[in-house]
Design a protein around this ligand. Structure first.
Ligand code: 6PG
Length: 238
């Protein structure tokens, strides 16, 4: 299936998590600070748990990691639907990553516009202007969204801000999301996509018709880590 980037088809979600963990360990192996933005949802849980276990837990220099979010939902950080909570519980709390280097998106603030502006300023101070992240990990929704860039969302066309507010078609409705200008400046983008429910969305990406197809780093690589089930079509894009 022609996707925009390198495509790695693995046998199952466990093999995807292992391959993506190795890829991340390689990308973070240097003496420099490693700046990464991660996604939520159900799919990356296995990857985060894999990173938090041996051999990765011991082999990665966690003190150099600076962790940001690709998007966040309008829920408190201890809510089960919070992307921060997922990453905290499965990874951050299990490895020696300095707490001050984990930067939650505060999408549950009453003034979402101010929260977006402040996160954009944080990105500039930590990752340069314009911000260039070493790695951005993304997922794929069944409608072809990625981060919180949903089909038809005005956030998709934001060209002059690094972070935007967005509305999801299902609750939690209010979101904060990185914008395409930041995604397109990353050095490496990894999409983690598993399960037959994603097959139609992957086809829509290869047709170029959904938001995830618009991620095209100017000077960076894109790798699609997908399992065999995701290559076997069952449903149509919803
Ligand atoms: C979010 C995500 C989002 C996610 C996709 C896939 O906060 O919802 O960051 O972009 O990656 O919706 O989610 P699943 O892995 O749950 O299918």
């Amino acid at each position: 299936m022609p996707l925009p980037g390198e495509v790695r088809v693995l046998s199952d979600p466990e093999a995807v998590a292992l391959d993506a963990a190795r890829w991340l360990a390689d990308r973070s192996a240097s003496d420099r600070p490693f700046r990464i933005a991660v996604s939520g949802g159900a799919t990356p849980r296995l990857l985060y748990e894999t990173l938090a276990a041996a051999p990765f837990s011991e082999g990665i220099a966690w003190a150099r990691w600076h962790l940001f979010f690709a998007d966040e939902r309008d829920v408190p950080p201890d809510d089960a639907r919070s992307n921060y909570r997922l990453v905290h519980d499965t990874l951050v709390s299990r490895v020696p990553m300095p707490a001050g280097q984990v930067h939650r998106m505060e999408a549950n603030r009453p003034d979402l516009g101010a929260a977006a502006t402040e996160y954009a300023q944080l990105l500039e101070s930590e990752c340069g202007r314009p911000p260039r992240l070493d790695v951005i990990l993304l997922g794929l929704g069944t409608d072809g969204h990625t981060a919180s860039l949903f089909p038809g969302s005005p956030a998709l066309d934001v060209a002059d801000a690094w972070v935007a507010r967005s509305r999801a078609p299902q609750p939690p409705f209010d979101r904060l999301t990185l914008t395409l200008p930041v995604l397109d400046r990353a050095a490496h983008v990894g999409f983690i996509v598993t399960g037959a429910s994603k097959a139609a969305a992957l086809r829509a990406v290869s047709d170029g018709s959904v938001p995830a197809a618009r991620v095209k780093p100017h000077r960076g690589e894109v790798v699609w880590f997908i399992d065999e089930d995701a290559t076997r079509p069952r449903d149509a894009v919803r």
